[in-house]
Design a protein around this ligand. Structure first.
Ligand code: ZN
Length: 266
């Protein structure tokens, strides 16, 4: 079986502070990479904001089955054109796993169509993540709940569309709840948002979180469905052609004032 090609993308800024570098000396991307490294089932590489084209060239995206994204404070450093490139690649079938504060990254916000804000508080509180869809592939092999002794607190309302599948809900010792494991289908692509993973805590070294992320990659990998035809399309059935004998430009409304002379919806 072909290995799943995973790219772990990290803005890689928080780890420049000594306090965070102590927790993640190889960067958060380095820790996530370790979850998949040395296993022939995966082919994993990392990319960061400081790489050319922010580490998100078309070539790299084309060779990626599942993109894992961690970011916190530099969402605006991704040019819109690169965010759109990621969005289109997801619509074309690339899986997209969005971690923690990456809920505000441009490609995720574009794919959701909402602003994706939430409440938050850094107070070393306990997070209890409940599996609420035990039959979902991302819950495979997990206990009924996972407790992270210290995490950043997030609270509803989380301004995202209702997930297509909600697999996890978190409760925090400060009293908040949060939809912490949200699955979405967008075009041919699958998106999984997972809430934990604040940079101050060793969350990505945990066995249970590693299992969960492996499950998520397995779920999000391209499933090989048919590519839909977009744009102008001839009828499959023998219907009468309303534009018979007229020009192709007329048929496609290319001569309308302001149309730009190019076919739309492509
Ligand atoms: Zn955080």
């Amino acid at each position: 079986m072909e290995p799943i090609k995973i790219t772990v993308w990290n803005e890689f800024l928080s780890e420049k502070s000594p306090k965070i570098a102590k927790v993640y000396p190889e960067g958060i991307h380095g820790a996530i990479r370790q979850i998949f490294a040395g296993n022939e089932h995966y082919q994993v590489r990392t990319a960061t904001l400081e790489d050319p084209e922010c580490g998100l060239s078309q070539e790299l995206l084309d060779q990626t089955d599942v993109l894992v994204w961690w970011a916190h404070c530099a969402h605006d450093k991704i040019p819109d054109e690169i965010a759109k490139r990621v969005q289109l690649r997801v619509l074309d079938g690339m899986g997209f796993i969005v971690l923690h504060s990456a809920h505000l990254c441009k490609p995720f916000v574009r794919l959701m169509g909402t602003v994706c804000r939430s409440k938050w508080r850094e107070n070393d509180e306990l997070e209890r993540i409940w599996v609420i869809e035990p039959g979902h592939p991302i819950a495979r092999g997990l206990p009924e709940y996972i407790e992270l002794p210290q995490e950043e607190t997030y609270g509803e309302r989380f301004e995202v569309p209702a997930p297509d599948n909600l697999v996890f809900i978190s409760w925090f010792s400060g009293g908040e709840v949060f939809r912490s494991g949200c699955c979405y289908y967008r075009g041919l692509g699958k998106i999984f948002y997972f809430r934990p993973g604040h940079e101050e805590y060793p969350t990505f070294y945990r066995e249970d979180i590693s299992q969960l992320l492996k499950n998520a990659v397995e779920w999000a990998k391209p499933s090989g469905g048919p590519h839909p035809t977009l744009g102008h399309y001839e009828a499959l059935e023998p219907v009468k052609d309303k534009f018979e004998g007229r020009s192709d430009r007329e048929r496609k409304h290319l001569d309308l004032p302001g149309s730009g002379g190019k076919e739309q919806n492509k």
